[in-house]
Design a protein around this ligand. Structure first.
Ligand code: SF4
Ligand code: SF4
Length: 415
């Protein structure tokens, strides 16, 4: 987007500050430069050539989580993310190619486009998790704990009344494949037939948010081509991926060949919980008498607007008690590669979240995004009272409840 267009967007900001209380980085610093309003002012100064690309601008823009909470509070409808992306894009282009991203981010970006290698690493790390290592070594593996096994695939599923395509995602298929399986089984039980196109790839969210727009566009084109030929909804299990896929229309808006195809693709994106709740047949869900809480992915809430559907599915589980966190929809500090680069701030945000978890005393923390999953697992290890808490994807938990619901139904029909 040209600077002139960005300045038009910036002009909609009346500097009211309503967005400030929603911003996690403003909450931990109290600094205007770590707030949405301050960041918009910095990008405006850059667009008007009043400041150079330098340390101040770099800090203001890279310390933003891009969680989009500020957009939901803005009475003027300022599209903050476009302003941020324009500023980050300028930062990316002005850096020498070798210094565009820190080493750790380059590794993460490389890993997500090679999911097989990532899956091998995950299996290796989980094996080491079972080995009694000294505490100094164990601290490197808490985020890759073995997952609680899922029940087997359901038999005698109903005839499909609806069809959807499945976006697997690189992190979800490599690190948390059980959650994808659970969501697919749940949809099948709800009479939704699921098809997974083979030529799909990473959604490109990490590249896009790190400033590598060209690589993100390349991945977007591959995904659009992979899912064409039908008008079925495209479901996914990761809030971050879903939000990115939903914005391919914006990502490729200036590409005359792909813009319309991208808009059509984005209009079909839907979280698995929304399809399960609104398009499928009702499935009986029975819990284990636990207290459960949810860390809703901020992109699922603020961009996909599907956070309430995740809660609604959770509230259908009979016999369990849902204990919401006061800041259920606020970012946990993971934010793509943010926790790798700005670990100090990410941990401050995470510790606030874990203090809330402690007061709610859940048996289980549920998540709907792989970054949040790793971050919340990290959070549980940081406090004595939460160290034994299970963190798992919402789909795993709901699938177990659906299996128990099935068993109860078959028990009732034989008595
Ligand atoms: S995107 Fe999130 S971290 Fe960034 S300014 Fe908005 S609320 Fe703050
Ligand atoms: S972005 Fe919106 S809420 Fe924030 S200061 Fe500007 S107008 Fe106000």
């Amino acid at each position: 987007m040209a600077w002139q267009e960005i300045l038009v967007e910036i002009n909609h900001c009346n500097k009211c500050g309503f967005c400030l209380p929603t911003c996690p980085t403003y909450q931990i610093t109290g600094s205007e430069l770590a707030s949405p309003r301050g960041r918009i002012a910095m990008v405006e100064a850059l667009a008007r050539s009043e400041i150079p690309v330098g340390v101040g601008l770099e800090e203001a823009l890279t310390y933003c989580l891009d969680c989009r909470a500020c957009e939901t509070a803005c009475p003027s409808g300022v599209p903050y993310h476009r302003i941020l992306e324009a500023g980050r894009d300028q930062l990316w282009r002005e850096r020498p190619a070798t210094q565009r991203s820190p080493w750790i981010v380059r590794q993460a970006l490389g890993a997500v486009t090679r999911p097989r290698r990532l899956a091998r690493f995950t299996r290796w790390a989980r094996r080491w998790q079972k080995v009694p290592l000294p505490a100094s070594l164990r601290q490197f593996f808490p985020m890759l704990r073995p997952q609680q096994p899922l029940p087997p695939a359901p038999r005698n599923v109903p005839e499909a009344i609806y069809a959807a395509q499945f976006f697997a995602g690189c992190m979800m298929s490599a690190v948390f494949p059980e959650a994808n399986r659970a969501a697919q089984h749940l949809l099948t039980m709800a009479a939704v037939a699921v098809h997974t196109p083979r030529t799909q790839t990473c959604c490109g969210a990490l590249h896009w948010h790190s400033g590598d727009a060209e690589k993100a566009r390349q991945l977007a084109r591959q995904n659009i081509a992979a899912f064409e030929g039908t008008t079925d909804l495209i479901v996914n299990t990761a809030g971050g991926c879903g939000a990115m896929l939903m914005e391919y229309g914006e990502v490729l808006a200036d590409d005359p060949v792909w813009a319309e195809r991208a808009r059509q693709f984005s209009a079909r994106i839907c979280d698995w919980a929304t399809v399960f709740l609104r398009y499928g047949q009702e499935v009986s869900l029975v819990g284990e008498g636990e207290r459960v809480t949810l860390q809703n992915s901020c992109h699922l809430v603020n961009v996909e607007k599907a956070g309430e559907d995740a809660v609604a599915v959770l509230e259908r589980v009979a016999g369990d008690t849902f204990v919401p966190l006061p800041s259920q929809n606020r970012c946990c500090g993971s934010a793509g590669t943010y926790s790798l680069v700005h670990t100090d701030w990410a941990l401050q945000i995470l510790d606030q979240k874990m203090a809330e978890v402690e007061t709610q005393r859940p048996d289980r923390i549920l998540v709907n995004n792989p970054g949040c999953h790793l971050q919340m697992q990290w959070g549980t290890t940081r406090r004595e009272k939460t160290q034994r808490l299970t963190v798992e994807h919402l789909a795993n938990y709901v699938y177990r409840a659906a299996w128990k619901g099935l068993q109860q139904q078959s028990g009732a029909s034989t008595t």
